[in-house]
Design a protein around this ligand. Structure first.
Ligand code: GLN
Length: 191
């Protein structure tokens, strides 16, 4: 099982380490050609607008849409979840627009720029240490999507078939259970 981590910006090495701990072979993906033999992909956190520009520049937009449409699992964390969403509150344009969720950027306000809380995440853990950094939240999920976690009534993790989105940063903990959940998803879709 080979899983890539899009390596244009953000906490790439941390995701690679966690995916390997969860039993996958993981690589940092810098070129579109490297998507070819992957079974799944992680879109890391960072700045969604910057990452989106880089994705356009390096030809990743179309390639990743095809990747998703081919039913290969994609896990977006924080800015990565914004990249996946098909609706972004207050703006017309989306980025990949693959997952049926509506997100709001920078949703937790200034005083709460970054924080860590233990959350129950359905199918993952009863006490997952969730690290939020200028995080978005998920305002709505489509009818085929399933809410996995909430914090203060706000949806912070969801799944729709082969797409997984988290508002927090599972790569910045020592807890590989979220990555293990994604590795299981990849196994499932690989057949
Ligand atoms: N605030 C960032 C954005 O809107 C996301 C922050 C993050 O990925 N840690 O893209």
């Amino acid at each position: 099982m080979k899983i890539g981590v899009l390596s244009l910006q953000g906490a790439v090495a941390e995701h690679v380490r966690m995916l390997e701990e969860a039993g996958a072979t993981a690589i940092a993906v810098k070129k579109v050609e490297e998507l070819e033999d992957l079974d799944g992909l992680v879109l890391p956190g960072g700045e969604s607008t910057t990452m989106s520009k880089l994705m356009h520049n390096y030809g990743f937009m179309e390639a990743l849409r095809q990747f998703g449409q081919a039913k290969k699992p994609i896990f977006g964390t924080c800015a990565g979840a914004i990249l996946l969403a098909n609706r972004i509150n207050g703006q017309e344009d989306t980025h990949l627009g693959l997952m049926d969720i509506k997100v709001e950027r920078n949703a937790f306000g200034r005083q709460k720029d970054s924080f860590e809380v233990e959350l129950p995440v359905a199918g993952v853990a009863a006490d997952y240490p969730a690290v939020f950094i200028r995080a978005p939240y998920i305002m709505e999920v489509g009818e085929n999507a399933q809410v996995l976690a909430k914090y203060e009534e706000k949806i912070v993790a969801a799944r729709e078939g082969h797409y997984l989105a988290a508002a927090f940063h599972p790569e910045l903990t020592e807890d590989a259970r979220m990555h293990r959940y994604f590795v299981e998803m990849v196994k499932e879709y690989r057949g």
